[in-house]
Design a protein around this ligand. Structure first.
Ligand code: FE2
Ligand code: FE2
Length: 294
């Protein structure tokens, strides 16, 4: 039992324990980038893991660019002070902190990688995608859509934390995953509030959950992967089969380590399915959950 005010994560075989700060505040992140002991990073555990490089660099790009999506959301919910205050005062800062922490991790684990140069390539393409067309048809459906995204990120970082043997990554991914679960709870509460007014049909909610799951697969991750691949393969041309091969590789990891039960429960909650219907839908939604953030 830890007596130093810290919780110690269970560790993967062969990995060292890295303490996690106890959460004091249920409303906001209780950690900052300076709490992460980057100097303890065990490079030999990760430096040859090309798949991990792509996953973490992609995540750093998407997270650090959260301000673009926040601006669209703030405009969409501009008449609702509570939502706008939380988006601007908490959510945006925490998502951007995820990006900054992942950026530092990537730069320390793969010091030859020029993060800034490749990020500029990513941003040029990603900023074209981040338009109001991406938003759902109503406030309740947009909140359901945000629940999908937070489910995907919470599950993804949980998987990284539990599967990695590198102690700093285990700590960082656990902190981020806890933030994403908390974000999910906020969006879910807002979803219920708007749902009571708009009363979207279950089919419309399901369509939104599904289409957002596919959008994550086809847009954000692809957009991040392409400039990373071209940097890693100078002079080569990029083909969609290169992304397909990477995605297949990630799916193999996901099959073994993805927290399917957690993701499925979080995805089904906005549908308010009863246990009987839930049992019928869970296998299909689990398949969809596997696609999150790939
Ligand atoms: Fe995040
Ligand atoms: Fe989040």
């Amino acid at each position: 039992m830890a007596t130093d005010g810290l919780q110690h994560q269970p560790t993967a075989p062969g990995s060292s324990p890295v303490p996690v700060m106890r959460r004091k505040d249920k409303e906001g992140a209780s950690w900052s980038i300076d709490d992460i002991p980057f100097d303890l990073l065990e490079r030999d555990q990760v430096q040859d893991d090309e798949r991990l490089f792509y996953l973490l660099a992609s995540a750093s790009f998407i997270e650090i660019t959260s301000d673009l999506y926040t601006d669209m959301l703030v405009d969409f919910f501009r008449d609702d002070d509570e939502v706008v205050d939380w988006l601007e005062g908490s959510w945006k800062k925490e998502e951007m902190q995820h990006g900054a922490a992942l950026k530092r991790y990537v730069q320390m684990a793969w010091p030859d990688f020029d993060w800034e140069v490749v990020y500029r390539e990513f941003l040029a393409a990603y900023s074209q995608l981040c338009t109001v067309d991406q938003l759902a048809a109503s406030r309740s459906l947009e909140m359901a859509s945000r629940c999908v995204v937070e489910t995907g990120t919470a599950s993804f970082y949980r998987m990284l934390s539990e599967q990695s043997r590198e102690p700093v990554l285990r700590r960082l991914a656990a902190e981020i995953s806890a933030d994403e679960v908390r974000h999910y709870k906020h969006f879910y509460r807002y979803f219920r509030r708007f749902q009571a007014v708009e009363q979207p049909g279950r089919a419309a909610v399901l369509r939104t959950l599904w289409s957002r799951t596919i959008a994550i697969d086809t847009q954000d991750a692809f957009c991040a992967f392409k400039p990373l691949y071209l940097y890693r393969h100078p002079g080569a041309s990029f083909h969609s089969r290169d992304y397909a091969a990477y995605r297949d590789d990630v799916r193999r990891m996901v099959k073994s380590y993805f927290p399917h039960e957690m993701a499925t429960k979080m995805l089904l909650k906005p549908l308010q399915l009863n246990a009987f219907v839930g049992r019928a839908v869970v296998p299909a939604m689990t398949s969809a959950a596997r696609l999150l953030f790939l």
